[in-house]
Design a protein around this ligand. Sequence first.
Ligand SMILES: NC(=O)c1ccc[n+]([C@@H]2O[C@H](COP(=O)([O-])OP(=O)(O)OC[C@H]3O[C@@H](n4cnc5c(N)ncnc54)[C@H](OP(=O)(O)O)[C@@H]3O)[C@@H](O)[C@H]2O)c1
Length: 324
Amino acid sequence: MPIQNVCILGGGGFVGQHLAALLTARGIQLRVPARRREAVKQLNVLPTVETVEADIHDPASLNRLFDGMDAVINLVGLLHESASGQHDSPQARRGSFQHAHVELPRKVVQACKAAGVPRLLHMSALGAAANSRSAYQRSKAAGEALVLQAAGELAVTVFRPSVIFGPGDSFLSLFADLLKLAPVLPLAGGNARFQPVFVGDVARAFADALDQPETHAQAYNLCGPKVYSLAELVRLTASSLDMCRVIVPLGVSPSYVFAMLMELKPGQKIMTRDNHYAMLTDNVCPDGFPPLFGKATALESVIGYLKEADPRRGYTAYRAHAGR
Ligand SMILES: NC(=O)c1ccc[n+]([C@@H]2O[C@H](COP(=O)([O-])OP(=O)(O)OC[C@H]3O[C@@H](n4cnc5c(N)ncnc54)[C@H](OP(=O)(O)O)[C@@H]3O)[C@@H](O)[C@H]2O)c1
């Protein structure tokens, strides 16, 4: 029977909102829990979405949330740990990679089994590896391994995207904001290579996989059609906004120092040493986008979304600049 009821964890985020819109358009009923109802209020306009305030780290809450679901999609993730990885206080532990990327997937697998949910789709990240220098990538590897280990009992599928672009992203949009601050942008990790993938393609891969038995017990890398250096991506961002900017890629050592300084700065994190470690390895997939999920969208064909971005988003860069 086709999947009709799906619970999305992390559904209020960038990918979650695009995926919720696509699944709603396909007539699927969604339950989207969030820590704060405010974080998912944009989803309330979608006709088949039920938003719920819940603590998804509490096993009993998870069991209740999963009751009656045909599938669970776990998108929860964070790029920067709060409190620099000092996990001794309960609050800091909650903001840690271990908590979000390892402990939560473990609880999700257990709750799926307990609530009789047969299907689980899990969001990992390209570059996830147990031996990575980046704690983000090591924790993503541990989380996806836990999910894949459950393949005997649950129909699981794991996705590993490269960096994701599209309306509402925090990657190219952040650079679009930073470019407004000065005519010259020294760029940490400027030589790092990515194969960015469109958020609409990522959402389609999740949505299509729900009912595709051949995706059970599989992990898919998701990449766009082209490889770019970070400096090329930022230049493309500038030209799409008709800005004339000089981008100066920093080498490995200056990038490390820049990342360390950014960690010391209060307020929103732009970059950490952990991001720097992740960028030392190419974030690309030689096989490109899996043909099973259709064709990947070229960045150049949609980059116009940066011009139409929410004007309030520009405050992010100003806040980061001012250390707030
Ligand atoms: N965006 C990319 O370029 C990219 C690339 C590769 C992989 N990914 C992975 O894709 C997933 C979705 O990414 P995204 O860009 O949509 O991220 P996002 O916009 O930051 O959304 C992340 C979601 O996870 C929730 N969340 C984060 N930490 C949590 C915690 N400790 N407890 C409960 N909820 C928590 C957030 O809830 P709140 O709103 O309450 O914070 C939000 O709903 C993540 O797993 C990410 O690692 C993203």
